[in-house]
Ligand binder design. Structure first.
Ligand code: GDP
Length: 368
């Protein structure tokens, strides 16, 4: 027949051509009754939700659905990439909806970080973007830290409403959902009820909560300006902190420069000597030099000593653009999306930051 087959689980149009695309089902499985896509299959049998890529149109459709729904929204962000993992479209349209912001990857914060300060900072960043969150939390989805607390908070706030979990790719949304699903079902139980998202064929997966409400996992949207998309997968491992960060401390004079691999550069332009405490991935090489030699050094050593970007992404990495900052308060963090932050200890410091085009740094009061 010419009728298109749709997944019995999530309603998405089925296809057998591309296993990486939504709605994939192996050809052999198509002849079964009540065919489900591979994604629903994995959810039903392994309580796992694999990521699917999403087009812009699909995202708009989902954002419209989510923001119209009488639901509780759980917005996952990566605390190392707050800016890069923020989904603006959703923010603007979700006025009046209850939103909880959950900062993931708290395990990579040094133990000395004041978590309350981090949450206050997250709240003020959210408010700057026009969102008044009902609640702000931190967790580590991969380590399981505070996931249960987050789950309990969701249950308190949702008041019998459906729950939508939203977030861009790489924030750890799948890791979170999968941990949550294991908690909902208990170890070894595969009896999750999946359901089609009403009125769409977008492959949103829902699981039933104990009162009959649904928890929907919305597909992660890709933010192409994220640092994570500028480098290759091996290089990303060098940039993205994945365990507790050990800060490196530099005592600098004006006229000195720090290179962070080849992805960022900080020039100390003016001010009295100060400590610069760098909270970046332990594997990211920091190189100190004189500012007057920095351009030349970058030309000659980019991709080798000053890497990443290395072999995987040297050709496609965006050019660095200069931003000037004047640090007026002592103990100020310069936050670089996807990279970490640098605490400038003294006040009255002028710096020039060189960042890939598209990335923007922000300042905050130090969280340590
Ligand atoms: P998604 O694209 O949002 O679904 O993100 P994933 O769940 O696939 O996770 C993206 C990356 O972040 C993976 O490399 C995960 O291992 C990592 N990740 C997820 N949660 C955490 C966490 O709590 N801490 C750390 N350090 N890494 C995490």
């Amino acid at each position: 027949t010419s009728e298109t087959l749709t997944c019995h689980g999530c309603g998405i149009e089925l296809q057998s051509e591309d296993a990486e695309k939504p709605g994939y089902v192996p050809k052999a499985a198509l002849s079964r009754e009540e065919v489900i896509c591979q994604r629903c299959f994995r959810l039903r049998h392994y309580n796992e939700v694999p990521d699917v890529p999403l087009s812009d149109e699909d995202f708009v459709a989902i954002a419209n659905q989510v923001t119209k729904a009488d639901a509780f929204i759980v917005k996952i962000v990566d605390i190392f990439d707050f800016e890069g993992s923020w989904i603006d479209m959703l923010t603007r349209s979700s006025d009046g909806q209850d939103v909880m912001i959950v900062g993931n990857k708290a395990d990579v914060l040094p133990k000395s970080v004041n978590q309350n300060k981090v949450m206050l900072w997250m709240r003020s960043e959210a408010e700057k973007r026009g969102l008044q969150p009902k609640d702000v939390r931190l967790m580590s989805a991969s380590k399981g830290h505070d996931v249960e607390k987050v789950a309990r908070a969701i249950d308190q706030h949702r008041k019998d409403r459906d729950v939508y979990v939203v977030g861009c790719t790489n924030v750890g949304k799948s890791t979170f959902i999968n941990t949550l699903l294991k908690q909902l079902t208990g170890e070894g139980d595969d009896a999750l009820t999946t359901s089609r998202f009403p009125g769409t064929t977008l492959g949103m997966i829902g699981v039933e909560l104990d009162d009959g409400s649904m928890l929907y996992d919305t597909p992660g949207i890709i933010n192409p300006e994220q640092m994570a998309h500028f480098v290759g997968p091996k290089e990303l491992e060098q940039i993205m902190p994945d365990k507790e960060m050990k800060p490196s401390i530099y005592q600098l004079n004006p006229g000195q420069t720090l290179f962070f691999g080849g992805v960022a550069r900080l020039d100390f332009v003016e001010g009295s000597p100060s400590s610069f405490v760098c909270y970046t991935a332990n594997d990211l090489h920091i190189h100190r030099t004189k500012t007057e030699n920095a351009d030349d050094l970058y030309e000659r050593h980019r991709g080798q000593m000053l890497a990443p970007p290395g072999v995987e992404s040297l050709e496609t990495f965006p050019p660095l653009k200069v931003h000037e900052w004047e640090i007026r308060e002592e103990k100020t963090d310069i936050v670089i999306p996807g990279l970490g932050w640098i605490t400038v200890v003294n006040a009255g410091v002028k710096v020039k930051l060189h960042l890939p085009d598209g990335a923007g740094a922000t300042l905050r009061s130090a969280i340590i």
